[in-house]
Design a protein around this ligand. Structure first.
Ligand code: SAM
Ligand code: SF4
Length: 323
């Protein structure tokens, strides 16, 4: 389906939980207690029903995210249900990777074809300082996923003064394992005061720095997973490096192809605007046409661009919205 600005919307990012087993500085405000009640989380059957309604409208790409999606005990049931939808083009998961190693084989059998794995640092102490987690488990998860032919992309949030020493090692690691790495500009989604303007590093600045060290060649047609990154090839390592600059790239929203579903059943047409449509009563009615109607409405109401640079004030942290 096409939105009012001519964009083809065929990608649904589904947050299956707002819970997480990490505490990333930029995502979860310190001391956060605003979890949805378990009862507010959609059931596996409801999530699959929404994805099926989306598939009937022409959605072809689905990504399961959170919070940490692999914390859901019924995650494989959700993945299997969506993995079996007619016309499906891709089913992926976004994960911090902590639980990836033991689940990789079953994820692959359930139809998960790609995993975006957050990796903000390779240094174990720094990784723990930023996320609270154990990087060795994440690296084991990445290897296990690749061994199951799950296509892995690495995600690193740019934090000036905090993980700048890690970008070059991450490029080397990405080249070594044959996975693209994407550098993501910090978005004002957390209320954590520790992340002010001084933490922001633009993708243009990083790209210029990397390019000065070893030339970056643009990869105009490389778009794995149909995400928002624009890619270059680092000539020193051969790594494919993507940049997601939601804040500083003026035409960033022009190629947006997605809607988001929050863990508590709200459709969010744009990450950087507060508008949401509640699916709960449509789900309660049991009428599949009611879900299709709200999905179509969310597409019709999709704004032209986000308001991160003007009047956006964080209300719900990223873990609640589904990154
Ligand atoms: N827990 C999973 C993970 O960490 O990949 C999935 C959910 S997480 C919210 C999805 C993505 O959002 C991660 O790549 C994370 O780095 C990114 N993210 C979270 N908060 C962000 C922020 N304030 N700015 C930019 N990216 C953010
Ligand atoms: Fe959890 Fe992912 Fe947010 Fe980190 S970025 S706190 S792993 S949801």
């Amino acid at each position: 389906m096409t939105d009012p600005f001519g964009r083809n919307i065929d990608y649904l990012r589904i947050s299956v939980t707002d819970r997480c087993n990490e505490r990333c500085l930029y995502c979860m405000p310190e001391g956060y207690k605003g979890w949805a009640q378990k009862a507010d989380h959609l059931t596996a059957a409801q999530l699959v029903a929404i994805a099926a309604a989306a598939a009937r409208l022409g959605f072809r790409k689905f990504r399961l995210t959170g919070g940490e999606p692999l914390l859901r005990a019924d995650f494989l049931e959700i993945a299997r249900g969506i993995g079996a939808l007619p016309g499906l083009h891709s089913l992926g998961v976004s994960t911090n990777g902590l639980k990836l190693a033991p689940l990789a084989a079953e994820l692959s059998r359930a139809g998960v074809r790609s995993a975006n794995v957050s990796l903000d640092a390779l240094d174990p102490d720094l990784y723990r300082r930023i996320t609270g987690g154990d990087v060795a488990r994440v690296l084991a998860g990445i290897r296990a996923a690749q061994a199951e032919n799950i296509f892995v992309k690495l995600n690193c949030v740019l934090l000036r003064g905090q993980n700048e020493s890690e970008y070059r090692p991450l490029l080397r690691f990405a080249a070594e394992i044959g996975a693209p790495v994407r550098f993501i500009e910090l978005m004002p989604l957390s209320r954590d005061d520790a992340l002010g303007a001084s933490s922001i590093l633009s993708v243009a600045e990083l790209r210029a720095r990397l390019h000065a060290e070893s030339p970056l060649e643009p990869l105009a047609d490389y778009r794995p997973g149909h995400g928002p990154a624009r890619y270059w090839r680092d000539t020193a390592t051969g790594a494919h490096v993507g940049f997601i600059g939601a804040i500083t790239t003026p035409d960033f929203c022009e190629s947006c192809n997605k809607l988001r579903l929050t863990a508590d059943g709200k459709l969010r047409p744009c990450l950087g605007r507060h508008g949401e449509l509640d699916l709960k009563s449509a789900l309660a009615s049991g009428d599949p046409a009611a879900l299709e109607h709200l999905l179509a409405r969310a597409i019709a109401e999709k704004p032209e661009d986000h308001t991160f640079n003007t009047d956006y004030a964080p209300a719900r942290p990223m873990t609640a919205l589904g990154g």
